[in-house]
Design a protein around this ligand. Structure first.
Ligand SMILES: O=C(O)CCC(=O)C(=O)O
Length: 206
């Protein structure tokens, strides 16, 4: 399915709204999320550029006794790697400045995931490789393309929250969220278009 552009997003040049408009939702155990729908304008144009220009990797991994395809395409930009579009460097700078008083350090790396259709997904997990396993941190997710549900639940189960994220929406997971909550992008049989998520993380968080 092709990306259906958002009527609210007909501008070509990407731009970012003030982060002071983000709304905080407190979760349990010291976890929270900040949400800012439509943070990035021109997100559909950015989606098309990233889809075409990023060197996407298809990964495979061992599951039980089989090797299976990871159901999404991936790209990773380490802290010194040039990002694939200048608006992403600007987004990282703005996030770093806004959250510095709480986070105490800048966002540095960018992980990109490309969900081509409803069969692409990521299972329940926390970003606990590295410092997110032991200490509070933040992961900021900018979504472009068609909305997909990002689901959150307390570790091991419980009442689930779900955010449809696409077309320039921002969601920041903070506090103990990576340790005490899990997140996922579930598969869906609904006819959904493609989505790219850009996750900004501090050094040593994966
Ligand atoms: O697609 C998303 O927004 C979430 C990605 C994610 O959880 C991850 O790559 O660890």
């Amino acid at each position: 399915m092709e990306l259906q552009g958002s009527l609210l997003d007909l501008v070509d040049d990407p731009g970012l709204a003030p982060l002071s408009r983000a709304e905080r939702i407190e979760l349990s155990h010291g976890a929270w999320v900040d949400v800012l729908p439509g943070w990035l304008t021109g997100a559909d144009t950015l989606f098309e550029r990233l889809a075409a220009e990023v060197p996407w990797r298809a990964e495979r991994r061992v599951m039980y006794d089989r090797v299976v395809d990871v159901p999404r395409l991936l790209a990773f930009y380490d802290e010194d790697d040039p990002l694939p579009h200048p608006i992403l460097a600007e987004a990282r700078e703005k996030l770093s400045a806004h959250y510095l008083p709480e986070l105490g350090e800048p966002f540095r790396t960018a992980g990109l995931c490309y969900y081509r259709d409803g069969r692409d997904s990521v299972a329940w997990h926390g970003d606990r490789i590295g410092r997110g396993r032991l200490a509070d941190t933040m992961v900021a997710i900018l979504s472009v393309g068609a909305p997909r549900e990002l689901a959150l639940r307390p570790n091991g189960g419980g009442k689930q929250l779900s955010f449809p994220l696409g077309h320039g929406d921002l969601l920041v997971m903070g506090g103990s969220c990576q340790r005490t909550w899990e997140h996922a992008v579930p598969k869906t049989t609904k006819p959904v278009g493609p989505r790219i998520s850009i996750q900004f993380r501090p050094r040593g968080v994966r």
